[in-house]
Each structure stands twice: as structure tokens, then as C-alpha cells.
Design a binder for this molecule. Structure first.
Ligand code: FAD
Length: 487
């Protein structure tokens, strides 16, 4: 049988390994950490459990598909439920809004809380659905970098409608024009952060994102986000994939323009195909440092990063749901700080994710596990130790004011994740969550393809390459690698 090596066990690496094993390859995954999943992992503090990174689960069908591919019923191993509310929003003036999954209820909520006419919300969601129907088959489910994609009939149909894709104005321009209430605009602008971008710079094409949440739905996996990693890891082992943990790949060995294998501390490992799930920029800098460097791609600006406080809170707040957003009073200035100044705004938008709302065993009874996150610039050598203290104070003040109690007194467990640590734990350059940013209209075209055009038998998957970051796109990248390899 042919052999394949996967470098990294991020969600895309695991998915690629499963697909290749099903193709008949003998697959080995080499992982630097002593656990699988990369960003999609978990941590435990005292009696609390936290999902370490991603908290929002969309497009679960892409996970199901992997079980089906292996001849299994996904529901036997991987259980999830659709959320009836996607997020609770808290505005600085005291306005509260729940984003309901039910379309009618959602429109009613916008009308009652923000006097936003129902037809504006309806039109925004319809536009998002339309963008998805046009762009997903072309840009997400296909490799952008093979002529077949550009010459398909779907592509031709799409070119004729190019202006409707809203490339030529920013997300904020489109939203502020559509909505009457600034708060509705702010809420819809937030979707730019789902791939680490800035709504005041990113093209309105990214208004495709709300459809994932409102059209297809937001979900919660039983046991938390980490169960996505855990169940797929178990599935990979079941189909014969071998995992080598604590094993950093040091080099991709290339001979006569063909990838031949990898070097680790154990020596040389030969393989017929290599799939790199390591951050693409980091891979070129280290594993491929003697090879041709795609400079333009490597030098693209990176997406934002995150600062997270994992807090064990010895109190339960019934006004909070699974996903909660406490908005800043000045979104524009917050993004200027993140993307232009490379610093933190004094009044950040705070996201609090509480999985114990869904999964009570994640916290002791009467307590909650708060994953408290703000968007921050990627690491450019800022004084993070200082910024962590600065942010901690700002977050505690904001939440205390909103919740009417000093929350600091309820923190009984604490751990922090900052951009430096994200890079250390996953090799993501500058701690960027989603590889390159999408702050300009060509960003979709400036992602590295899922294969190397210079080195035969070398492929790429994961959040730093096409089609992009986030769990669904990472799973798509694994599928594209499998298709490209087996064309
Ligand atoms: P990664 O998770 O980046 O893992 C790469 C793996 O490769 C790591 O395990 C690393 O140790 C290993 N590796 C690297 N170099 C080597 C080497 N040389 N040798 C061996 N192993 C190596 N996405 C969502 O869909 N929803 C969300 O709500 C969401 N929120 C997020 C919040 C945070 C705080 C973060 C950090 C990310 C979030 N994301 C979210 C993004 C999502 O987590 C990522 O896009 C996705 O998990 C990346 O997967 P990946 O396959 O690219 O690999």
C-alpha cells in the first residue's frame, strides 16, 4: 500500500488522515504536542473543564461525513444538538437582545429591542444565504488553484454576477446602509471576527458568514467542542491511522523536486505523500527553509489573535447563555486598535462562552466555567504581560457593571491564553487564529493552495491555507487534499 504522512493533528490533519486511510493509504500522523487537536483541545482547572479554543460549531454535516465515509452512523459516536438561541447580546446602554435561531422570533426580537424593521433583517439574511449558495460551491468546496474550478459552468455563472458579490465596499458600508439601527449594524459587523478580520476593511462579501449561524444553524456537541477532536481521533485510530505524539517534524525531505519523507528526532521517515497541517508560514520557515519560498503569500498580513481568561466562577448567572457578547461602546476604535495600532482598546467587546450551561459536568453545581475572550492584535512583540493585566481589569469592570456584581470575587480558578502561547502551542505564526487576514478583497486568492506547485507529492491543509480558518473550512481543506491527491 502507498504511505502518507500527516504533519500535525489539528482538526484538518485528523480529517485528512481519515480520508487517506479510507483511500487505502497507510497513514502516520506526527504531532509535536502530547495530545491531538491543536487549537481544538481542552483544559481542566480544578473541578472545571474548558474548551481551549473554538466555541462555535457550525456545519456539523462536515463531521458526520467522515463517519459516513467510514461506513458508520455518525449519531452512534458523535451527538450534537441545534441551539435555539445563537447568542445573547448586551449593549453598553443596557439593551439586551437574544439572537434566536427561529427566523420569525429573531425578526420580532430585532423589532422589539432595536426597532429594526423586520424586512431589513429578512433582506440581510436572504443576501447572506444567496452569497453562500453562489460562493460556497466555487470557493469553499473546490480548489481555487486548478483550472477546472475557473472553467466550470458554475464559475462562469458566478462571474456574470460578480458585482453582486459586494467585493467593492466594506462589510460595514453594506450593513450601515441596510440597517436603521447602529446596534443592528454592530451585531452584523461582528461576523467579520469569525475569520479574524475587520468589518471596516473586509469586503461585504463576508456577509456570507451569518448564513452559517442563522441559515444552517449553530450547534453544540455533546460533551463540548473537544468531543469533535476526541471522536474524530478515535475514528482515525479505528481506520488504522497511527499517531506519534511528542514528535516534532523538523524537515520535509525533498529530492529532485519530490517530497520523499520527513525528519524527526527519531530519524528519517519515508512516505509516498506528505500532508502538511502545520501553519503554512511556519512550515516554509522551518520544514522547507531550503526550498522556494512563495514570498507574496508568506508576507500577507495575519488575522487577529485572542486573549482568553479561563475562569472557574463560583456562582451561576441565569441571565447568561452558552454564547454571550458584551459590546464595546466604540466598535470602530476597537478595530483600529486591533488592526492599525496593534494594541488593546480600553473598552473591548467581551465574549463569554459558558459550556456548563449545556454540559453541567463542566463546572461544580452552582458554578460556571467562563471562557472569557477578547479579540487582540496578533503578536508583534507587544508587552503581553502588561496587556494581560490591562485587559483583565477592563474585562472585569465591564462584566461587573453589566451583571451588577463584582465578578472578581467569584473567580476561583484562572488560566490565561495569549498570542505568544497560541503560537507556542500550535506553531501558528504570530498567534493568528485564522492564518492570513481577509481584510482586502483579494484575500481569498492569496491563500496558499492545498498542494505545492513546486514540490510533487506535497499537500497542505488547515486554517492557514485555502479555503481558510475555522473548523468547517479546515474540514473542507482536508477534503480538497484528498480529492487533489486522488484525481
Ligand atoms: P491547528 O489547530 O492549528 O493545529 C496544528 C497542529 O499541528 C498542532 O497540534 C501543532 O502542534 C501541530 N504541529 C505544528 N507544527 C508541527 C511540527 N513541525 N511537527 C509536528 N506537529 C506540528 N473556529 C471555529 O470554527 N469556531 C470558533 O468558535 C473558533 N474560535 C476560535 C477561538 C480561538 C481562541 C482559537 C485559537 C481558534 C478559534 N477557531 C474557531 C479557529 C479554529 O480553532 C482553527 O481554524 C482550527 O482549529 C485550526 O485547525 P488546523 O487543522 O489548522 O490545525
Amino acid at each position: 500500500a502507498k504511505t502518507a504522512i500527516v504533519i500535525g493533528s489539528g482538526i484538518a490533519g485528523i480529517a485528512a488522515a481519515i480520508r487517506l486511510a479510507k483511500r487505502g493509504y497507510t497513514v502516520s500522523v506526527f504531532e509535536a504536542n502530547n495530545y491531538p487537536g491543536g487549537k481544538l483541545s481542552e483544559i481542566r482547572l480544578g473541578a472545571y473543564r474548558f474548551d481551549a479554543g473554538p466555541s462555535l460549531f457550525t456545519l456539523p454535516a462536515l463531521v458526520d461525513e467522515l463517519f459516513e465515509l467510514c461506513g458508520m452512523n455518525p449519531a452512534d459516536s458523535f451527538v450534537y444538538e441545534q441551539l435555539d438561541e445563537t447568542c445573547r447580546y448586551f449593549f453598553p446602554d443596557g439593551t439586551k437582545l437574544t439572537a434566536w435561531a427561529d427566523r420569525e422570533k429573531l425578526k420580532q426580537e430585532f423589532l422589539e429591542k432595536l426597532t429594526e424593521p423586520k424586512e431589513n433583517v429578512e433582506a440581510a439574511l436572504n443576501q447572506s444565504q444567496w452569497l453562500y449558495s453562489q460562493l460556497a460551491p466555487l470557493f469553499i468546496e473546490k480548489s481555487l488553484h486548478k483550472p477546472g474550478t475557473w472553467l466550470s459552468t458554475k464559475a462562469f455563472a458566478a462571474y456574470s454576477r460578480l458585482h453582486k458579490f459586494d467585493f467593492n465596499r466594506t462589510m460595514h458600508e453594506a450593513n450601515s446602509k441596510r440597517f436603521e439601527n447602529e446596534k443592528t449594524t454592530q451585531l452584523f459587523n461582528r461576523y467579520a471576527t469569525y475569520n479574524g478580520s475587520d468589518p471596516y476593511q473586509t469586503p461585504a462579501t463576508l456577509n456570507i458568514i451569518p448564513h452559517l449561524e442563522f441559515g444552517i444553524g449553530a450547534y453544540f456537541p455533546k460533551g463540548g467542542m473537544h468531543s469533535i477532536t476526541q471522536t474524530l481521533y478515535e475514528l482515525a485510530e479505528k481506520v488504522g491511522v497511527r499517531f506519534y505524539f511528542n514528535t516534532t517534524v523538523q524537515k520535509i525531505v525533498v529530492h529532485n523536486g519530490t517530497a520523499k519523507g520527513i525528519d524527526t528526532h527519531m530519524g528519517f521517515h519515508k512516505a509516498d505523500r506528505i500532508v502538511c497541517n502545520m501553519d503554512m508560514v511556519a512550515a516554509y520557515r522551518t520544514l522547507l527553509k531550503d526550498q522556494h519560498q512563495p514570498k507574496k503569500l508568506l508576507n500577507q498580513p495575519k488575522s487577529s489573535s485572542a486573549l482568553i481568561f479561563y475562569w472557574g466562577i463560583k456562582k451561576s448567572f441565569p441571565q447568561l447563555g452558552l454564547h454571550n457578547i458584551f459590546f464595546t461602546s466604540d466598535y470602530k476604535r476597537e478595530f483600529e486598535h486591533i488592526f492599525d495600532k496593534g494594541s488593546l482598546f480600553k473598552d473591548p467587546t467581551v465574549y463569554v462562552n459558558i459550556t456548563s450551561v449545556m454540559n453541567p459536568s463542566d463546572a461544580p453545581s452552582g458554578c460556571q466555567n467562563w471562557f472569557t475572550m477578547i479579540n487582540v492584535p496578533n503578536n508583534q512583540g507587544q508587552d503581553w504581560d502588561y496587556l494581560i493585566q490591562y485587559a483583565r481589569k477592563a474585562i472585569i469592570n465591564k462584566l461587573s457593571e453589566n451583571l451588577g456584581t463584582n465578578i472578581e470575587s467569584f473567580i476561583e480558578e484562572e488560566s490565561v491564553l495569549d498570542p505568544r502561547l497560541i503560537e507556542l502551542k500550535t506553531s501558528s505564526v504570530a498567534g493568528a487564529l485564522y492564518g492570513n487576514s481577509s481584510n482586502n478583497k483579494f484575500a481569498a486568492f492569496l491563500r496558499h493552495p492545498n498542494f505545492s506547485s513546486k514540490i510533487r507529492h506535497l499537500y497542505f491543509c488547515g486554517g492557514s491555507v485555502h479555503p481558510g480558518g475555522g473548523i468547517p473550512l479546515c474540514l473542507s481543506s482536508a477534503k480538497l487534499v484528498d480529492e487533489l491527491m486522488n484525481q
